[in-house]
Design a protein around this ligand. Structure first.
Ligand code: PLP
Length: 424
């Protein structure tokens, strides 16, 4: 597959933008080669500047659960855009989207909109510190919560593939306030709580990890997380990736979680920049202008993002069968990948929850970040380029989740398996 135009565009972009990209993972550092410049999307497919078509498993890193350019979502955005792009004043769509969030997450009584998942988690932590008067937070190795200073400590996603688990520019003194534990290690968590529980403001976690590749939480780990509440620690479920994806009510609904705060993004904005944090009234009332925890945003709650998000959530709510479809197609893809890789004698572990999936090239099982890191990254590169050259756009890193949309079906699974078969 030839991409001369993408190559020229990438060379030009690198003259003006660090690495030629607006977010590191897009530069293909983990897999090598030139990223296709994508200029059109429709349903489960995207086209690059050279006119090549790809089946898309990235879906803008998760938001596009309805596929690209869903006609109803696009129509709602156009309708709103024609009346003005932003006002910096309250808009009726904000309360409408807030109500949709509350229907999905019944424990959320108040919700504040921001522009990115990073802002949502950063603000939720500030709120937790403000509410509890404590300064330490706990996160898990390989979990990624955006690029706020205190969260870029042993983080996943792009921070992993670049091999810089902690970023330069984050002061040691500040990073020290973030305590890091292994995911799926309930005993380590219980021990830390026993020793320092009363100093900890919050525990933030990915209820299903997508940013170290997919890691599935064990029941006992989820139980241990909830025990933190006995120490007055706020539990923050970072559902930026899982919210509205693993079910309408995210991982919270799927696993029966009881977080104090949830952070949302991706699907919430339906492809435009919207994210949110929300929770109990008593906690959320600490946020300005009601309380002393400051947080603001020029474009927060902007009408375009609210319209795209609301259209997306309403379509999902009206079609509960979509989640069964995502599950069924996900299961078929998982089984097909297992079958092809087993037949070829390639050690692998396919981790999947609903429409999030990762192929690890290692002897399974993969439950922790340490196990995920043992994976054969050279083989992954060949897997990735083998698929890309046959028109299947898989996430360009071993430590990411592939996503399905409601428009991925039998035909797309068959196409993927055929491409894999040929690639191997
Ligand atoms: N939290 C989780 C779980 C994520 O997966 C991400 C992004 O991948 C973020 C937070 C950060 O979101 P954003 O990229 O919108 O800042």
């Amino acid at each position: 597959m030839e991409r001369p135009l993408s190559e020229r565009l990438f060379a030009e972009a690198q003259r003006h933008i660090p690495g030629g990209v607006s977010s590191p993972v897009r530069a293909f550092k983990a897999v090598g080669g030139t990223p296709p410049f994508l200029v059109r999307g429709e349903g489960a497919y995207v086209w690059d500047a050279d006119g090549n078509r790809y089946l898309d498993y990235v879906l803008s890193w998760g938001p596009l659960i309805l596929g690209h350019a869903h006609p109803e979502v696009v129509a709602r955005v156009k309708e709103v855009a024609e009346r003005g792009l932003t006002f910096g004043a309250p808009h009726p769509l904000e309360a409408e989207l807030a109500q949709a969030v509350k229907r999905a997450f019944p424990q959320v009584e108040l919700v504040r909109f921001v522009n990115s998942g990073t802002e949502a988690t950063m603000s939720a932590l500030r709120l937790a510190r403000g509410y509890t008067g404590r300064k330490y937070i706990v996160k898990f190795r390989g979990n990624y919560h955006g690029h706020a200073d205190g969260l870029l400590v042993e983080a996943g996603s792009g921070a992993l593939t670049l091999g810089v688990p902690s970023s330069a520019g984050v002061p040691q003194e500040y990073a020290r306030l973030t305590l890091v534990l292994e995911y799926n290690d309930p005993e380590a968590l219980r021990a830390l709580l026993k020793e320092r529980g009363e100093e900890i403001a919050a525990i933030i976690f990915e209820p299903v990890v997508g940013n170290a590749g997919v890691l599935v939480p064990t029941e006992d780990f989820l139980k241990a997380l909830h025990e933190a509440k006995d120490y007055g620690v706020l539990l923050i479920a970072d559902e930026v990736m899982t919210g509205f994806r693993l079910s309408f009510g995210g991982a919270t609904e799927r696993f029966g979680l009881k977080p104090d705060l949830v952070t949302l993004g991706k699907v919430l904005g339906g492809g435009l920049p919207a994210a949110a944090y929300g929770g109990r009234r008593e906690v959320m009332e600490q946020v300005a202008p009601l309380g002393p925890v400051y947080q603001a945003g020029t474009l927060s709650g902007n009408p375009l993002a609210m319209a795209a998000g609301l259209a997306t959530l309403e379509i999902l709510e009206k079609n509960p069968g979509y989640y069964a479809r995502l599950e069924a197609v996900g299961a078929r893809l998982e089984a097909g990948l297992e079958e092809v890789l087993s037949r070829k004698g390639i050690p692998h572990a396919v981790n999947r929850v609903g429409s999030m999936l990762t192929v690890f090239f290692t002897e399974g099982p993969v439950r922790t970040f340490a196990e995920a890191k043992r994976t054969d990254t050279e083989l992954f590169k060949r897997f990735f380029h083998g698929l890309l050259d046959r028109g299947v756009y898989w996430p360009p890193s071993n430590f990411e989740a592939a996503f399905l949309s409601i428009l991925h079906g039998e035909e797309e699974v068959a196409m993927t398996l055929e491409a894999l078969e040929k690639a191997l």
